[in-house]
Design a protein around this ligand. Structure first.
Ligand code: FAD
Length: 558
């Protein structure tokens, strides 16, 4: 039996029609991983929580990262010991809570002549990292001779190679992690609205008491009242601080990072490699679903925050780095299939270059009571949330005597994450593949679902059965149709971009195939999400603009 809709356009309409009658304990502005984490932490403590996101969930930086849950190796280089310890611990927790979505990935560190890594320093550094980050014994660093490194990755530049080291990072999908945290918060009663922009901060007696929201779907306004308001708007944090007249002291420094996607056969690495480049920075190349992605850059960004784009210099920088480290691959601009560009919301520090800026998060409290959080990483989202909600809880208790529980997200399995271990995931894939054969779906369709939706793949398969009963669709279209219907019912998919970019990452990893079924998927969307406004038309136009933009390599201004 299909479950009822839990997080859909219909549930959204119902909530908004009632919103005037509510006063929330906490309102969060921003539906990236920071906002989602805060919503889950707060609602689990017993707070009445609302969250507004001006676009789609994870539309900002949280869908445009390197998609790794880091142990924080690079922070060791900057001697940020406490940060290495915290992100190491957090990485283990996120993996435990969403094992289908946060997966260990073996990483090779080549040590090369005149590089920034030496054999001895890397060995000691990784040992310290293993200790600080609490890395489990099976994933601890392994030093490799030159021969063993060559064997591990035959494409490496052997002229420069001295030795290598293997360690582990965890691969994830940033936007999916965000949506699974958001779904969990919603399951505990949080109200989370996408396409709802906080465009005015409401004050009474010079204290913030809520926001005026513009609903981009219905094209109207409404107010949300709350005892406390948190600004978790990532790169947009300072715009809201400005609206609050509190943009003083520390400010954000945005830096842009881009990634390129090429077919795996053009850069056929055997495992992920993390290597250093001439300017002292380090770059990842990561194999994923028949592609290899390359990233990232780190450059000061002062242009329009809503539309960061990959430019020709960014692409050239990454291609040059790859061609130097893997001299036989000869990657060219023409091999790039897709790109994405994201903005790091870092805290400005005088005289520091982008790569030297700390990734630590900071909280600012304004005279009006607006609490802003900036900086940080995907990896540390849970701890950041705990710190913010501790503060909110303390403030509310002081002002009204109302008491809330302690943070309890450490053992909170995220939606779809109920697997004992990696073997349980494999067993689940085998079982579902057996069942799906009846409707001609194969193991690749099932794997694709399970590594995105975990145990919720059962429901997607059930949707697929129901479609198949009425219409014998071809397997790929059947799998996609079931997936988008699941997204509409349980993940607040309102536009084709929500589905193709944030819920599935297809614009980045399957761009050449996007056009095959898009009309059929849009037809399903319009049928299931029937709107009076021209939202669908606007969103479709924006999606095709984005489709072009990721490959337009915007010209660099002189
Ligand atoms: P965002 O995700 O940007 O969310 C803020 C949201 O607020 C946006 O969706 C925006 O639309 C919304 N908003 C803004 N104004 C309003 C308004 N007025 N009303 C309503 N909503 C509003 N971290 C890692 O741990 N691992 C990595 O591998 C990694 N790689 C990275 C690579 C790059 C290139 C970059 C740029 C960052 C990377 N990070 C990584 C860092 C990580 O991605 C960010 O720290 C994190 O995603 C920030 O999340 P956020 O929720 O604070 O911001």
């Amino acid at each position: 039996m299909a479950q009822k809709e839990t997080f859909s356009y219909n549930t959204r309409k119902e909530i908004i029609s009632n919103i005037d009658n509510h006063k929330f304990d906490l309102l969060i502005i921003g539906g990236g991983i920071t906002g989602a984490g805060i919503a889950l932490d707060a609602v689990k403590r017993g707070m009445k929580v609302a969250l507004v996101e001006k676009n789609d969930f994870a539309w900002g930086t949280s869908s445009r990262s390197t998609k790794l849950i880091h142990g924080g190796l690079r922070y060791l280089k900057q001697l940020e010991i406490a940060l290495v310890k915290e992100v190491g611990t957090e990485r283990a927790i996120v993996h435990h809570n969403a094992p289908h979505l946060v997966i260990p990935e073996k990483m090779l560190l080549p040590i090369v002549k005149k590089g920034s890594l030496g054999k001895f320093s890397t060995s000691i550094g990784l040992a310290v990292y293993d200790f600080l980050a609490g890395v489990k014994s099976s994933e601890r660093r392994k030093m490799l001779s030159k021969e063993a490194t060559k064997k591990s990755e035959p494409l490496l530049n052997t002229e420069k190679l001295l030795a290598g080291a293997l360690y582990y990072e965890y691969r994830s999908d940033d936007a999916r992690l965000t949506i699974e945290i958001m779904k969990k918060a919603v399951s505990y009663g949080a109200v989370c609205l996408n396409y709802a922009e906080a465009h005015e901060l409401l004050q009474e007696n010079e204290k913030i008491e809520g926001v005026r929201v513009f609903d981009h779907v219905e094209q109207n306004n409404f107010n949300i009242k709350a005892t406390k308001v948190v600004n978790a708007a990532g790169p947009w944090v300072d715009l809201l601080r400005k609206k609050d007249n509190s943009l003083q002291g520390k400010r954000l420094q945005l830096t842009k990072g881009v990634h390129l996607v090429v077919p795996h056969e053009k850069l056929p690495i055997k495992q992920a490699v993390y290597f250093d480049v001439k300017d002292g920075r380090m770059i990842f190349v990561i194999p994923r679903n028949g592609k290899t992605y390359i990233g990232t850059t780190d450059t000061v960004y002062n242009k329009a925050i809503d539309h960061p784009q990959t430019n020709a210099d960014d692409a050239k920088y990454l291609l040059d780095a790859v061609n130097k480290m893997f001299p036989t691959v000869n990657l060219k601009m023409g091999h790039i299939e897709s790109t994405w560009a994201g903005l790091r919301p870092l805290i400005h520090e005088d005289g520091k270059s982008p790569s030297e800026l700390s990734r630590k998060d900071e909280i600012f409290i304004s005279d009006s009571g607006l609490i802003s959080i900036a900086g940080g990483k995907l990896t540390g989202y849970r701890k950041m949330a705990e710190r913010v909600v501790n503060l909110v809880s303390k403030q509310i208790r002081k002002e009204s005597d109302q008491k809330f529980a302690k943070s309890s997200t450490e053992n909170e399995t995220l939606c779809g994450g109920n697997f004992e271990n990696q073997q349980a995931i494999t067993d689940y894939i085998i079982r579902l593949t057996g069942e799906a054969k009846q409707i001609n779906l194969n193991v690749n369709h099932i794997k694709d679902w399970v590594y995105k939706y975990g145990t919720n793949s059962d429901e997607i398969l059930e949707i697929a059965y129901n479609i198949y009963k009425d219409e014998k669709l071809e397997a790929d279209l059947l799998a996609l149709s079931a997936e988008i219907i699941y997204g509409i019912r349980h993940e607040m998919v309102l536009s084709i971009a929500d589905f193709m970019i944030r819920r599935t990452g297809r614009l980045y990893f399957e761009r050449p195939k996007i056009k095959i079924f898009i009309n059929e998927l849009e037809a399903i969307l319009k049928d299931k999400v029937a709107l009076d406004s021209d939202f669908h038309e606007n969103q479709t136009k924006l999606f095709w603009e984005e489709y072009e933009a990721v490959m337009s390599f915007e010209k660099v201004e002189a």
